[in-house]
Design a protein around this ligand. Structure first.
Ligand SMILES: Cc1ncc(COP(=O)(O)O)c(C=O)c1O
Length: 377
């Protein structure tokens, strides 16, 4: 049987990882500034993570959501504490798309409405509603097309206000990434997020903060939306949550009440997934990784800012977009093959992304900065 060929891949086989480094099957060492697409939050094979997962697996890997699973409650309590949203409620699932799908569905159950507002260059996943709310027609199948989603320009307050004035009582939810990832690191402005908050409150619509990529401390705050000083009604999270173990969730405001069977999942919140997610939060908390993301992120962006070969540096914390004046594919290849550094692409062909583990050190950052300096001399 062949694999279904949907991914353009680099012909490199990664055989092991440790911290911010990975090794291929020939023993070549690479600096991982991609984190397997923003997934590796606490570094590869972190000893606490390995130990917590191993000991859980030795006791019990899985049992269904039809029984009491105390480790889910432990995770909810820890997430509430670390994210500082202790009065919110947690629903667990398996991937970012599924988290957004559940968020959009829950919003519609709540207010009985159908219209969803999403924004230009957004990416929310590949399942039916999530992909319909993604601004990329090439990945939307005919069966996913719907009139229920409207796209408005990002950071355009008057367009948003005008839409609400005309159709506000039909709007079920507004979904927005705090920092767009796939779209090429575009920051939602504080004023725009504040405007979404006030319009959603006025019209009883649900504010969904897609934190799948920009959440979990990557931006230097737990959720990138936190910079705006307003709270969303639902936060979706996934990537960094399990450091590679598939686990995702939505954090839900208290006024959105649960009802039996309105949401559900077979695998979501299983024992192993919760052990992985708890290990991640414990390391984030004990090692002060949100602060580290901010400090090392500022160090990298500060060092790159004077480089005249760069059109723009965007981002916050360790979610950094580097925009060149030309397509960046060759630069990324050179970084991999000549300097052994992994970075991430984006749908903006001139922009590549740095999405490393949140415990990246200054010395690791210097390896990239020196390589990049040489390349752009
Ligand atoms: C902002 C955002 N939302 C949702 C998703 C979808 O997550 P998943 O691939 O886990 O379904 C992604 C994935 O890149 C993402 O970046």
């Amino acid at each position: 049987m062949n694999l279904f060929d949907v991914y353009p891949i680099y012909p490199i086989e990664i055989a092991k990882g440790l911290g911010s480094y990975v090794w291929d099957n020939n023993g070549t060492k690479y600096l991982d500034l991609y984190g397997g697409h923003a997934v590796i939050s606490i570094g590869h094979t972190h000893p606490h993570y390995v130990e917590r997962l191993t000991s859980q697996l030795n006791r019990l890997g899985f049992y269904s959501n039809s029984i009491k699973i105390p480790i889910q409650e432990e995770l909810a309590e820890k997430l509430g504490k670390v994210s500082k949203f202790e009065d919110y409620q947690l629903f667990l699932c398996n991937s970012g798309a599924e988290a957004n799908e559940n968020a959009l569905k829950l919003a519609s159950f709540y207010n009985g409405r159908k219209k969803i507002i999403a924004f230009s260059h957004s990416f929310h996943g590949r399942t039916s509603l999530a992909v319909a709310a993604t601004d990329n027609p090439s990945i939307v199948a005919p069966v996913n097309e719907t009139d229920n989603v409207v796209f408005l320009p990002l950071n355009n307050e008057s367009a948003l206000e005008a839409y609400f004035t005309a159709h506000g009582n039909d709007v079920s939810s507004v979904i927005i990434e705090g920092i767009q990832g796939v779209g090429g690191i575009n920051i939602a402005s504080d004023a725009f997020l504040q405007k979404i908050r006030s319009l959603c409150t006025n019209y009883n619509a649900v504010f969904i903060a897609d934190s799948v990529q920009c959440g979990y401390g990557r931006s230097g705050k737990f959720y990138a939306h936190d910079f705006s000083g307003v709270k969303a009604d639902i936060y979706s999270m996934a990537k960094g949550m399990g450091n590679g173990f598939p686990v995702a969730g939505i954090s839900i405001a208290p006024h959105l009440k649960p009802k039996y069977s309105m949401l559900g999942t077979t695998f979501g919140g299983n024992h192993l997934a919760c052990a992985a997610a708890l290990a991640v939060l414990e390391v984030i908390e004990n090692d002060n990784l949100i602060l580290n993301a901010q400090v090392i992120g500022d160090y990298i962006t500060g060092a790159l800012k004077g480089n005249p070969k760069l059109k723009e540096i965007r981002g916050k914390g360790l979610m950094i977009g580097i925009e060149l004046f030309e397509p960046c594919e060759e630069t990324r290849k050179k970084l991999i093959y000549d300097y052994q550094i992994f970075t991430g692409s984006s749908s903006n062909k001139n922009t590549f992304r740095l999405l490393p583990a949140l415990n990246l050190t200054k010395a690791d950052a210097d390896i990239f900065l020196e390589a990049f300096d040489k390349m752009t001399k």
